[in-house]
Each structure stands twice: as C-alpha cells, then as structure tokens.
Design a protein around this ligand. Structure first.
Ligand code: 5AD
Ligand code: SF4
Length: 446
C-alpha cells in the first residue's frame, strides 16, 4: 500500500476537499501516512486568502525538496495557491510534480498515473465544476459526529479585496438531491451534525427535485427531515443573501443551531462601498435585529478587515461602534493585505502598517472581551453538547455547544459521537469545562 500525507491550510472548504482527495485516492491504493517522511505522495492543500500564503507554501516546498531527494515522494500542490500561481509554482519549485486547482482535483488519479508513467510535471487549473462533483466518490468510510458538506462553491460578488472569485470561480450550487444523498450517507456513517459549506452558502440556488431552483432555506427544511440528523449549520453567509425565508428558518427549525457567521468586514458605509459589499451598515443592523427576533439566543460571529485602503480613523471608529452595538460571540479580524489582481491592491491610499497594527489590536481586544463575556454568560447553564473527538488527556472528550463554543469533559470518552446534556462548570479562554448531567434536567438551550 502507498501512503498519502495531506497538509491542509485555510478554510473549512479545504478541510472538506482534503477529505475528498483522500477518498478519491484510496481506491488506487493510498492509505494515510502519519508524517511526510513516510509518505509516497504529499499534497499541500493551500489557501490564498491573505498575504504570505504563497510564500508560506514556497518555504514548505523548500523543506520538502530535501525530503523528496531522500524518499522519492511525489509532491502535489492543490487548492487556491495552485489556482492563482499555476505553472509559476513548477517554475519556482521544480520538485513539485503536480499542480491542481480546487475545481479539478477529481483528476488527481489520472495526473498521478501520468506522472508515474511518463515523469515530468502535470498542471490542471480548469473549472469543470459540474464534472468535479459527479466524479467524486460517494464515500463509505466512517464519518465524524460533526461533518462538513459542500453545498455551494465560488463567488460572483467580487468584493474588491478578495481573491475567491478568481481562485474558486463563479457561483455554483450542487443539486438538492446530490446534497441530500451525501447528507444521508454521512448520517448513516455516524454524523449527527452537518455544516453546509459554501463561499457564499446563503446564495445557494440549486436544482430541486421538482425542477425548480431551491434556496438554502428550502434545502435546510428538507435536510431537517433526515432522521438521526440532530444539528444543522451553514457557513459562510453574505448579508445580501440573508433572505426572510432563511431568517424564518432560524425560528422554525430546531435542528438549525443558534449560531450565525455573517461577515460584515467594516462598520463604515464609505469603506463598505469601496469594498463593493453591496450593503450598508444599516442593512446589517436590520438583518441582525430580524435574525434575533426569529431566534433570540442566536450567537453572531463575523469577519473584519482593518486598514482597507482609504480607511480613516473615523471609519475605524464606526467599526468599533458597530461591534459594541451588535455584540459578537466570536469573530475573526485581519489586517487588509493586498491580493494580486484584486482592485483594492491597486488603490492609491493604502493604510500604513503601524496604523493597521494599532487598529487590529484595538478591535481584537474588544472582540475578545465580547467573546469572554458571552462565554461567561454561559457559566452554570445546562446545554446539549455534541462530543466529537477524544481530548489530549486520557478519557477526555471534546465537543461543541449549540453556539459553537468548544468544550471539554473529563471521563467522557464513551460519549463521543453523540449529543449529551452537560453543565458548564468553568470558562477558560479557549474552551469551556463541562460535566454531564442526568437526563431530565432543565434545558436552557438545546
Ligand atoms: N485582506 C485581509 N483579509 C481578507 N479577507 C479576505 N480577503 C482579505 C484580504 N485581502 C478576510 C475577510 C473574509 C475572510 C475569510 O478573510 O474578512 O471574510
Ligand atoms: Fe470574497 Fe466577497 Fe465573495 Fe466573500 S462575498 S468570497 S469576501 S468576494
């Protein structure tokens, strides 16, 4: 048997893609390697969303060069850096055998066979989206209790800072039946929770079994009927696509977890317009109000960019004000970084690095305080947790609350794979300590 090592960078979509690549290569004889040194094939599944991504990959490839000389392993670069850099990768790092973009990795077996037969290099950065999903294996290995499922890929929104429309291509939604089939299989293999993935998942417009175009909300109602599927989530969403129907689903569907990742990026209308976000700050506030009316306990998270070209102190103060008003349970925040080929990279008024640093620090301090406050508000509460995997300590189990907080419980290993009622005993910076409670105790959130 040959051995495969996949190193995954970036978003959950890449995690999903890496799992599909492993499934795709299993039938041609590849099993998992523990380290790069015992691998016959090493795949770097890369991310290009922010600066230094490509440089990080090149330095990793530098390290792998020696290894390849020692072990003869085949090296493949997949994902968004592969898409963006293309044959530049092979020019700069000739130790790379295969470069494969996120929409063509289903062709890996063919590319591997070609290289093994004829040597040389192989490059495939086409966008045959339909073909990809049809070509991926259906999968029959056990699933984790919390599984990902790609519903939608790509993006047509062209925010001026973002490479996704270039690396992942234009919006594409898989059909309802294809998604439902994969969901049922995952549940049959042990999944209790599914997170529907998409760069713009709430823009989902897939072919329904009735021949009509279905929305994400309709898809969620359908998936909620799958017995054994206890939890549904979806990420990432765009404020522009937060429809009434989807908001209503948060009130209707008990399976839809009370957590929504809804990136706003900035609290300034001027910056949002320059980012080509297609919504205002008032639009975002209105959406938040409506979502909270539908599901009062919903925990909101967001992405923020500080130091976007032209961002003034006043613009940044408006971002801080928005954060203060909304209150987020958890967020990601980044300094703006120039992405080659995107409109904002060419903007004249770039913000100085020290200014970006200071703003990021200030924003992150506020976001962290909000996160701590949210976690603290959960202390002593009873909720249902899905235990997903063993912890570092013997007998420990790691899981998630409905609000996506990470939890750990001692002596709980037998509970992995299912949902159990717990009490939050203590709040730590990155995890909540919980203990199991007897059935029948009052649930404050499920
Ligand atoms: N610079 C900084 N952050 C970025 N993001 C996307 N592109 C950039 C960029 N050029 C952030 C956005 C997005 C998240 C996934 O990454 O906040 O929502
Ligand atoms: Fe990038 Fe904007 Fe599309 Fe999100 S909506 S993937 S930030 S272009």
């Amino acid at each position: 048997m040959k051995k495969l090592f996949i190193k995954t960078y970036g978003c959950q979509m890449n995690v999903y893609d890496s799992a599909r690549m492993a499934e795709l290569l299993a039938p041609i004889g590849y099993g998992a390697a523990d380290t790069t040194s015992d691998a016959d094939l090493i795949i770097l599944n890369t991310c290009h969303i922010r600066e230094k991504a490509a440089e990080k990959i090149y330095s990793e490839l530098g390290r792998l060069k020696q290894l390849k000389e020692d072990t003869g392993a085949m090296i493949a670069v997949a994902g968004c850096v592969a898409q963006a850099e293309g044959d530049e990768i092979i020019a700069r790092a000739p130790q790379v055998d295969i470069v494969v973009g996120p929409q063509s990795y289903h062709r890996l077996p063919e590319l591997i066979a070609r290289i093994s037969r004829a040597g040389g290099h192989a490059l495939d950065t086409n966008f045959p989206m339909l073909e990809k999903f049809d070509a991926l294996p259906k999968g029959d290995s056990p699933s984790g209790a919390a599984a990902f499922l790609t519903a939608q890929e790509g993006c047509d929104k062209f925010c001026t800072f973002c490479v996704v429309p270039y690396t992942r291509g234009s919006e594409y939604s898989r059909s309802v039946l294809q998604i439902e089939d994969e969901a049922r299989r995952l549940v049959a293999r042990g999944a209790r929770e599914l997170t529907l993935l998409g760069q713009n998942v709430n823009a989902y417009r897939g072919l329904g079994p009735d021949g009509e175009t279905w929305s994400l909300a309709r898809l969620l109602y359908r998936l909620a009927e799958i017995s054994g599927l206890a939890r549904l989530r979806y990420t990432t969403s765009h404020p522009r696509d937060m429809s009434d129907e989807l908001i209503a689903a948060h009130g209707d569907l008990s399976q839809l977890m009370p957590n929504l990742h809804l990136p706003v990026q900035s609290g300034s209308d001027g910056v949002l317009a320059a980012m080509n976000r297609g919504h205002t700050v008032a639009d975002y506030r209105r959406i938040v109000d409506r979502v909270r009316r539908a599901r009062p306990d919903i925990a909101l998270s967001s992405d923020f960019i500080v130091g976007f070209p032209g961002e003034t102190d006043q613009d940044f103060a408006q971002t801080m004000a928005l954060v203060r008003d909304v209150g987020f349970s958890q967020s990601y925040s980044f300094k703006y970084s120039k992405r080659p080929g995107t409109p904002a990279a060419a903007a004249r008024k770039q913000v100085a690095e020290p200014v970006k640093d200071a703003r990021l620090q200030e924003l992150q301090a506020l976001l962290l305080a909000q996160r701590n406050e949210f976690d603290q508000s959960c202390a002593g509460r009873v909720m249902d947790v899905l235990f997903e995997r063993p912890g570092r300590k013997k007998g420990q189990a790691i899981g998630r609350t409905p609000y996506l907080q990470s939890v750990h419980a001692e002596n709980a290993a037998p509970f992995i794979g299912d949902i159990h009622r717990v009490r939050i005993d203590a709040v730590f910076p990155n995890s909540l300590k919980v203990s199991l409670v007897a059935a029948g105790e009052k649930v404050l959130a499920h």
